[in-house]
Design a protein around this ligand. Structure first.
Ligand code: M6R
Length: 630
């Protein structure tokens, strides 16, 4: 949550880089806005003073403010897009917050848990506060330390020292970035349990919540560890711990193209990302098996013997990623015969779960920064479990803290509602399941090869659905006035139904609920009244035909009570036609792989319905892409 950018260029070298802090920071904020869009702000250091502007609402409001009231040219600046925690989304609560008589500006992502106690202390010293935020308390603390404890001594890295001392007193999760008018060539940052990456340039350096904050300028990035402080100037990057001991970061190269984080001609990132899905699945499969159909997950650096001794798998995730986990459970249990639980990360560690060294924890997170999942993974590690992360964001915290990582190669997902990451997560989880089956001998090599071959056909099948999206788009637009939509599914169709409902809640702000179709008679059927739209994800009539028949009965049951039924079924399944107002066909595929197809029409439906209501599908209200607070 919250997007953070920092920049320092070389005033003499500016001619070479041609970069002005304002432009760099604004471009970074534009790319990071998906992390929070309640307000935005920026501060630059120029002519021995701090100048700042901040505005509630989306980044465009700040840009309008900057046009009305421009900032001076500068080579040092910080910027922030906010997802409100302490205090509403007002101008006053927007970051940066100033301290030390306006000479220091600070931006923050996270929550300072002991802010009340610190605030009392600072109030006692006569500090006045203008906002309701915990960030202003951190700014005041930093300013107080700089001015009163270090006596404004900037000759020996005063701001860095002040940041170290401040961080020693802060509790909670935070990324902090500060600039001070006395040190115009420096940005100092700190991180604890909150993301921060350094970008290395030539005669300029960058900071960002993630690499998209500076991807237009450099591909060289440095991962920071927990509880580290970094001080950047145009020519240097120095890292210490909170007590001043030198520390090192890990440099890596960003392997995605900035163009992949653009809309590519689509009206929204979400629509573009839905259309990226054939490639997201393909990229996630590529290079992970040999021509004999043997999985070669070299990056899973866990001793195979340990993986063989696993007697339980717990998948930890939140939101859409948790639904990917629920799909994975069906496949992993079927292929590997290992009991697999799926648990929402935020529930996990508070219930004293049974976890030991034979437990394999599989965390699933697009961002790799979801605090609930990170904390759950840490807890499981403390209990001795082995941890594998399925993640879409290179260098993010969860994979770094896990024993192994299986990256999904969906490319950057910008729209807040997850689409392509979901399909890539399911794909990666299938690969993990097949790898375990291979290792443990649960499946013959030929069987694994066949499943991989079926997976290989999925991208073209998704494309087929996308090529025929017109009908579902029309239905979505025509249903813009719907007050409630229900989704039913069974087996792997159940998590798909829940994902369909989540997409609609997130994007269209209407009541939507996903149910296991078998549960209908145990309560939810009472919701059905005349005209109630009900989506039904129908399993293939081939193979598990008894399940197909049962779901067809479920359709009849809701229809008999007045529901308007919209059915997602496999090509050739004519049995459903008699009971459906609308049928959307997906290509034939093995049951366990069907979620990679049946989810797509539901995504398109939610997108079309929300667009028809005129809503911003990329930045739905109240949400943020990366939930970095618990
Ligand atoms: O980054 P993560 O995958 O850990 O995020 C988990 C959820 O916050 C995320 O999937 C959320 O539910 C999405 N907005 C769903 O579209």
């Amino acid at each position: 949550m919250c997007g953070i950018v920092g920049y320092v260029g070389h005033s003499a070298g500016r001619v070479n880089t041609g970069h002005n802090a304002l432009d760099v920071v604004l471009e970074g904020l534009r790319r990071l806005e998906y992390r929070g869009y309640d307000s935005a702000g920026i501060a630059v250091v120029a002519d021995g003073t701090i100048s700042s502007r901040k505005k509630s609402g989306k980044l465009n409001n700040l840009i309008a403010e900057l046009e009305a009231s421009p900032l001076p040219e500068s080579v040092t600046g910080i910027g922030h897009t906010r997802w409100a925690t302490h205090g509403g989304p007002t101008d006053q609560n927007a970051h940066p917050h100033l301290a030390d008589d306006g000479k220091l500006a600070l931006i923050h992502n996270g929550i300072i848990e002991n802010f009340a106690e610190l605030k009392l202390d600072l109030l006692g010293k006569g500090v006045e506060f203008r906002s309701e935020t915990d960030t202003e308390v951190a700014a005041a603390l930093l300013g107080d330390i700089y001015r009163n404890q270090l006596h404004g001594d900037h000759s020996t890295g005063g701001l860095t020292k002040a940041m170290q001392l401040a961080c020693q007193r802060l509790e909670g999760a935070f990324t902090l970035l500060a600039v001070h008018a006395d040190q115009p060539d420096v940005v100092v940052a700190a991180r604890r349990n909150s993301p921060l990456v350094v970008g290395l340039g030539e005669g300029e350096n960058f900071l960002g919540s993630d690499v998209s904050g500076f991807i237009d300028y450099t591909r060289r990035a440095v991962e920071l560890g927990q509880d580290q402080i970094v001080t950047i100037t145009a020519d240097s990057v120095e890292i210490t711990d909170f007590y001043g001991a030198p520390a090192e970061g890990k440099e890596y190269k960003v392997d995605w193209d900035p163009a992949s984080a653009e809309k590519g001609g689509f009206p929204s990132f979400m629509e573009k990302e839905i259309h990226d899905q054939p490639d997201a699945v393909l990229q996630t499969l590529l290079g992970r098996s040999d021509i004999h159909g043997r999985l070669t997950l070299d990056e899973l650096r866990i001793d195979p013997e340990l993986l063989k001794s696993v007697d339980k798998i717990i998948v930890l995730a939140c939101g859409t990623s948790a639904y990917a986990g629920q799909v994975a459970k069906y496949a992993i249990e079927r292929w590997c015969r290992i009991p697999t639980e799926v648990e929402l990360s935020h529930e996990f560690r508070y219930r004293d779960p049974i976890v030991d060294e034979n437990t394999l924890i599989v965390s699933i997170s697009q961002s790799g920064e979801t605090m609930d999942t990170l904390m759950a993974v840490r807890y499981a590690k403390e209990q001795g479990a082995k941890t594998v992360s399925i993640c879409n964001t290179n260098g993010s915290t969860i994979p770094r803290e896990s024993d192994a990582v299986l990256y999904t190669h969906a490319g950057p997902e910008i729209a807040v509602a997850s689409t392509k990451a979901f399909l890539a997560q399911i794909t990666a989880a299938y690969l993990l399941g097949l790898y375990l089956a291979q290792l443990r001998g649960n499946k013959f090599q030929g069987e694994i090869k066949d499943i991989l071959a079926d997976l290989g056909k999925i991208p073209a099948k998704i494309q087929q659905i996308l090529d025929n999206e017109g009908q579902i788009k029309e239905l979505g637009a025509a249903m813009a006035d719907a007050k409630s939509v229900l989704f039913l599914g069974r087996h792997v169709g159940f998590p798909v139904a829940m994902e369909g409902a989540l997409k609609l809640k997130e994007l269209a702000y209407i009541h939507a609920e996903g149910f296991a179709a078998g549960e209908l008679k145990h309560g939810p059927i009472a919701l059905i009244e005349e005209g109630q739209p009900v989506f039904v994800v129908v399993p293939s009539p081939r193979g598990r035909d008894s399940l197909h028949a049962k779901v067809v009965s479920n359709i009849q049951e809701v229809r008999a009570r007045g529901a308007k039924t919209i059915v997602i079924a496999e090509e050739g399944d004519e049995a459903v036609q008699a009971y459906a107002e609308h049928v959307f066909y997906i290509p034939e595929t093995p049951t366990l792989l069907a979620p990679l197809l049946s989810t797509v029409p539901l995504q398109i439906f939610a997108l079309a319905l929300a667009s028809a209501k005129g809503y911003d599908v990329d930045q739905p209200r109240n949400l943020a892409k990366s939930v970095t607070v618990e």
